[in-house]
Design a binder for this molecule. Structure first.
Ligand SMILES: NC(=O)c1ccc[n+]([C@@H]2O[C@H](COP(=O)([O-])OP(=O)(O)OC[C@H]3O[C@@H](n4cnc5c(N)ncnc54)[C@H](OP(=O)(O)O)[C@@H]3O)[C@@H](O)[C@H]2O)c1
Length: 328
């Protein structure tokens, strides 16, 4: 496999976890990091042994030695950061949610396709062994036809108007930050919804504190989904078939076991041994695609992300969740 130089934009929490996992991949080299603050950029570079750092994101976009950029800023900046990198020909892995709305994502996808540059949303859960196994069970048909998806993601976070989760200017709110995962698994299993209902509760800053959704997917598959910052929630995904069901165990969106339940049989738990935090799978996917000359991942194509963002827009419209980017 070719060796690739990575750059990271944004020296925050998830950037650190990703940087740790990149070290698991011998053909990945962390070449540069950027932060708005020179202090944060240089201390991040020192901590993860990264040779170069910049005090603005366009340093990464303009670095001729960087092949792939991981965009790890808050959601409202994904659009600008990703677009600049695509314009300079960098492959981009951009954190979820890809953008604030479908209109922004349409522009990024058009740019990537016109320039024939690789682009993928960093939905790391797609590449975890647990998700692959559940997809295998779905595709094999051994449990019969899919009937329902029940998935949630929630934890209690005390209200803090300064925290990114509650600040509309930082793309705060439960749906875009954590609700995207239940919506993702429902779409992966059953396709985008044909009809949906949704309701939200709101924090004093106007962002959604929680969101409950029901999707009708066609073929009589229905998904019931929830995300919340109000309660420590089960955070499980239960996938129901005609002849059994699969539970992706608690904190299902992170590396963890699944349990397969079949009528008249004892439940069987399948565990997966994982090094690191689990972010290396998505990074590996990017490099394998580049090695094959692909500009999109066959496992997480841009049309999937466009549908996902369209659904998030529709859920927001149904509940009245709005952001400044909606007015542009
Ligand atoms: N895949 C996952 O498991 C996972 C987990 C958590 C978060 N995320 C996603 O990752 C993204 C970052 O979340 P986080 O938890 O890492 O947040 P964080 O720790 O607050 O850091 C995010 C970075 O965003 C940058 N940023 C903040 N305000 C900015 C502005 N006005 N202009 C430009 N850059 C700005 C900052 O970069 P500098 O200050 O360094 O410039 C900051 O370090 C979010 O989109 C979130 O959805 C994904």
């Amino acid at each position: 496999m070719t060796k690739y130089n990575w750059g990271i934009i944004g020296a925050g929490n998830i950037a650190g976890r990703f940087a740790e996992d990149l070290k698991l991949l011998p053909h990945a080299r962390l070449k540069a990091v950027s932060s708005r603050s020179a202090d944060r950029a240089s201390s991040f570079a020192k901590r993860y042994k990264i040779p170069d750092w910049y005090d603005s994101w366009d340093g990464i976009a303009g670095d001729p030695e960087v092949d792939i950029v991981y965009v790890a800023t808050h959601h409202p900046f994904h659009f600008e950061n990703t677009r600049a990198c695509l314009e300079t020909g960098k492959a981009v892995l951009c954190e979820k949610p890809f953008t604030m709305n479908r209109r922004e994502l349409d522009i990024l996808v058009r740019t990537a396709r016109e320039k024939k540059v690789f682009l993928m949303e960093a939905i790391w859960t797609r590449f975890l062994p647990s998700t692959r196994k559940v997809l295998e069970l779905l595709e094999s048909g051994e449990l019969g036809k899919l009937t329902s998806v029940y998935a949630d993601f929630g934890f209690r976070h005390e209200f803090d108007p300064e925290h990114r989760l509650f600040d509309p200017a930082k793309g705060g709110g439960a749906l875009l930050d954590i609700g995207i995962y239940p919506v993702f698994i429902a779409q992966l299993m059953a396709g985008p919804p044909e009809k949906l209902q949704a309701t939200a509760r709101f924090a004093p800053t106007g962002v959604d504190h929680s969101c409950d959704m029901v999707f009708s997917h066609g073929n009589e598959v229905v998904s019931s989904l929830n995300c919340t910052l109000l309660s420590d929630a089960p955070t499980e995904a239960n996938i129901l078939f005609e002849h059994g069901w699969v539970r992706m165990e608690s904190w299902w969106l992170t590396p963890g076991p699944i349990t397969i339940h079949r009528k008249d049989k004892r439940p069987r738990m399948v565990k997966f041994r994982e090094p690191g935090n689990g972010y290396h799978h998505e990074a590996e996917e990017v490099m394998q695609c580049l090695d094959r000359g692909l500009t999109e991942s066959p496992s997480l194509p841009l049309d999937f992300s466009l549908d996902l963002m369209g659904t998030l827009d529709a859920v927001r419209a149904a509940c009245g969740i709005r952001y400044p980017q909606d007015n542009h």
